[in-house]
Design a protein around this ligand. Sequence first.
Ligand code: PMP
Ligand code: GLN
Length: 383
Amino acid sequence: LLGPDGEVSPTIFAEMSALAAESGALNLGQGFPDEDGPQEVLDAARRAISAGLNQYPPGRGVPELLHAIAAHQKRFYGLEWDPGSEILVTAGATEALAATLLALIDGPDDEVVVFEPFYDAYAASIALAGGTLRPVPLRWPDFQPDLDELESAVSDRTRIILVNDPHNPTGTVFSAEVRQKIVELADRHNAIIVTDEVYEHLVFGSAHTPLATLPGAAERTVSISSGGKTFRTTGWKIGWVTARPDLLTAILTVKQYLTFVNGSPFQPAIATGLGLSKEFFSGIAEEMRRKKDVLGAGLRAAGFAVSDPGGGYFTVADAAPLGGRDAVQFCRELPARAGVVAIPLTAFVTAAHRPRYSSLVRFAACKKAEVLDEAARRLSTLG
Ligand code: PMP
Ligand code: GLN
């Protein structure tokens, strides 16, 4: 019983990508890039395969990658993690999240505070772990949580506050006040903070701030990221966890029985990526910002109201001005009406709260410039 409300069905991403393939529509639904990432990273994987790195790697990960993750955390955030006891490589951020939730949740009395809408795997992993999801709403158009609502959701029953920043599906980057409040509440109620930072290098304003960098937070924070979005290698599924040794050991204990190990030749390749120049990292953020500008302008010209995302792959648009009060219906018809696939925001929301999001649609901006231009052209025929 794994959907936001326990329904059993294919994920919304699988359903919408199948619809795109079937109808020939442009796929602005599932968030994956349609171009390869840096050549150095691709070459490093080829070299690793040729060099025979094709058997089980060590359980925590290939040492070269563990050291590269430590160096990257130090270089960008000033955080120090011991590669031998505080870093774990996982099968994408997805396994990192699953192993963390399975390791830290004991049963239904353990609550996980999650900002809603939320990435679909969160509800599924919390359900698999037997915990209780406690949503805190993010509201159109800025999608920042209300600090009082956040405060009232966190209690001594809170085991974990799960924070995805930059956020999928809204593209929001949380404000400094929100970050501070999360750390304060976790401290007050002795909760663990779990962060999902897969879009850490796709932030448009000032640089990404990991929660683990806030005073006192590193001890109680499990930070999760992945190479998929940064290096456009979503199919490689190389993710990682950084946490203090006691937390990390609990997560490693679960990971070893989920997948044991993963992706040996891709690990040194992601290590190469993490060591790329500052210009590479600022370049991908700038490129994504340009893509969002093109997409946003296209959506506005077509008649949507559009949010102003601070990072990540996605832009949220309100279809109500176009008569799309029911975004599920709107998204089902969109391939035939305009040759574009997008995802209704209600797919990321528990049933009781769907009316709040009923006319909102998520569009993926992580596509080639010509695809975004063509999508804008097609959407302009909607009005
Ligand atoms: N978290 C969020 C917020 C995501 O958008 C994604 C992307 N699919 C993931 C986790 C999964 O990352 P990975 O592909 O590394 O498992
Ligand atoms: N993270 C991507 C998205 O949100 C794809 C995830 C998936 O296909 N499971 O679209």
